[in-house]
Design a protein around this ligand. Structure first.
Ligand SMILES: C[S@@+](CC[C@H](N)C(=O)[O-])C[C@H]1O[C@@H](n2cnc3c(N)ncnc32)[C@H](O)[C@@H]1O
Length: 247
């Protein structure tokens, strides 16, 4: 298939996803977060709801995050920032699993990064390795602008195409407790990242991905690899069985 045909298919999928999102009841999705995650994680829905409440009460995080969101909105460049309702899902996962080593692709302003790092701060340890292309986000900002200052020493930014960076990075820092995809959502790239990451996950580790409603890829991939999974809002969460390596 040529690149132009792939891009046209991707544009169609994005347009369809835009329509689907308008119909999706994000309030109901968020209310079901704990129940859906409890089906995948080694924690009860009650415990997971407690992490949601903990997040809601995290004043040191919300004050700084809200100020920085406002700065980005005022600059008029916030188009592709991941919504905080998806960030909460990652916060809960990282708290429930006590995630120590995480690798993520696609930083932009760092909404996901901020949430993973906030959970690591509450866990009392951990490192997030984040990959994005050379350059930076639009406007007068650096990658990861949303990350609160107190979390920054746990964050390592790797600039380069994930295709080039990811295999060596995962080999070096893995096995990891969490992999999160949020970079190029065209299917060949998503598939490449899932396939590269899955063999570097700890037993019981999590493969997560944003924008999984673009296609059936996440469901198909997790089914084919024997991972239990769920989707909350726009984020897919899948867990490697605790007793088996995926390699
Ligand atoms: C949707 S944004 C990420 C949003 C971010 N995760 C957040 O929480 O707000 C997509 C990002 O992926 C990056 N990206 C696209 N293709 C990439 C690639 N091949 N390798 C690494 N990063 C890539 C873009 O530069 C952009 O910053």
């Amino acid at each position: 298939m040529t690149g132009r045909v792939r891009d046209a298919i991707y544009a169609l999928r994005k347009a369809r996803l835009g329509l689907e999102r308008r119909r999706l009841d994000y309030g109901a999705e968020s209310r079901e977060r704990a129940d859906r995650l409890a089906d995948v994680l080694p924690a009860s829905a009650a415990d997971l709801r407690e992490y949601e409440r903990e997040y809601a009460a995290l004043e040191w995080f919300h004050d700084e995050y809200a100020d920085r969101v406002a700065e980005i909105h005022e600059a008029g460049v916030a188009t592709d920032t991941t919504h905080w309702r998806d960030g909460i899902t990652l916060y809960v996962v990282c708290r429930a699993l006590g995630v120590e080593t995480a690798v993520e692709t696609g930083v932009l302003f760092g909404s996901f990064d901020a949430h993973v790092l906030a959970a690591m701060a509450e866990n009392g340890g951990g490192t997030l390795h984040a990959v994005d292309l050379p350059g930076g986000p639009p406007g007068p900002f650096e990658y990861g602008h949303l990350i609160p200052d107190r979390c920054r020493d746990r964050w390592v930014l790797h600039q380069g195409d994930a295709r080039a960076v990811l295999p060596e990075l995962l080999e070096r820092v893995g096995p990891v407790d969490l992999f999160l995809h949020d970079s190029d959502h065209r299917l060949p790239h998503m598939r490449f990242e899932y396939e590269t990451a899955v063999s570097h996950l700890e037993p019981g580790g999590v493969l997560s991905s944003h924008d999984v409603r673009l296609s059936r890829l996440f469901d198909r991939f997790t089914d084919a690899n024997g991972l239990r999974s769920c989707v909350v809002c726009d984020t897919g969460i899948a867990r490697v069985p605790p007793s088996s390596r995926r390699d």
